[in-house]
Design a protein around this ligand. Structure first.
Ligand code: SAM
Length: 261
């Protein structure tokens, strides 16, 4: 089957649409941002609930149809733009995000939203099930990786709905899940230098099967020998990155930083 252009797998199951809106818990004093409204299945429901709705859609044909359909709504604004490149600091009001994201750009868009997290009170999004597995994964599990650490460093995460591929047209190859993210007012752990922290995290997961001592070679000069075993900031480097908690990564990164002072 031909791959849908721009990740245009439309949700056709009304019950799932209602469930998403219900879990998002929108009240009539809230401003909502929808990314990729498509044919408008979520848009219609969001307009019934929210104080205002801004929708960002990249496809000009869909934008024409959406304008025709929703133009009468005074509380609706459609922006034709690429959600990966959009400057969210242009948003005047703090928003809730509710969206069925296009698969091909889902993680890029999500990272961008997290970058602008101060503009969002809550982010409820549908993405590939496999990506949601990674977003909620805890240490010691197969899906745990740098994306899990990145998202959980900045947000509270809650997996809320499982969606079968039959709920879409055209039908994608894989199932989806809906996740609710609440940006934390302060990151989950105290980190002295974000650049060092994410360098350590990314290096630790570079080769997932390798021990930390083989992934963190950039900081080899700081390794300590403890009874014949290499350690860094009290972490045994024979461990693999996937066993470390966010606090462990912060400990290593803050130690590296203190050595560079
Ligand atoms: N919300 C609709 C639904 O649930 O049926 C459509 C969801 S569909 C998975 C993804 C939508 O995102 C499509 O309308 C597509 O045109 C739009 N889209 C794809 N890439 C985009 C981008 N970079 N920026 C904004 N919208 C995009």
């Amino acid at each position: 089957m031909k791959k849908p252009r721009l990740g245009q797998n439309y949700l056709i199951d009304e019950n799932i649409a209602h469930e998403i809106i219900h879990h998002a818990g929108i009240s009539n004093n809230q401003h909502v941002l929808e990314i990729g409204p498509g044919q408008g299945i979520l848009t219609t429901l969001l307009l019934e609930k929210a104080k205002s709705l801004i929708a960002i859609e990249i496809d000009s044909k869909l934008c024409l149809a959406l304008t025709e359909r929703f133009n009468e709504n005074k509380n609706f604004q459609l922006i034709q733009a690429d959600a990966v490149k959009y400057n969210y600091s242009a948003l005047v009001n703090k928003c809730q995000v509710v969206s069925n994201l296009p698969y091909y750009a889902a993680t890029h868009i999500l990272k961008k939203l997290i970058h602008y997290r101060e503009y969002f009170s809550q982010i409820t999004v549908m993405l590939q099930k496999e990506v949601v597995d990674r977003l909620v994964a805890i240490p010691g599990t197969r899906s745990y990786g740098s994306l899990s650490v990145f998202i959980q460093f900045y947000c509270e995460v809650e997996r809320i709905i499982e969606v079968n591929k039959e709920a879409f047209s055209p039908k994608p190859k894989i199932d989806s899940s809906v996740i609710k993210l609440i940006p934390l007012t302060r990151p989950r752990v105290q980190v002295d230098n974000l650049k060092t922290f994410f360098s350590v995290v990314n290096a630790s997961f570079l080769h997932k099967r390798k021990m930390l001592k083989n992934n963190l070679t950039g900081w080899e000069n700081l390794f300590q020998n403890q009874n014949g075993k290499a350690e860094l900031a009290g972490i045994n480097l024979s461990r693999r990155g996937e066993t470390l908690s966010i606090e462990d990564f912060a400990g290593i990164s803050n130690y590296i930083n203190s050595c560079n002072d």
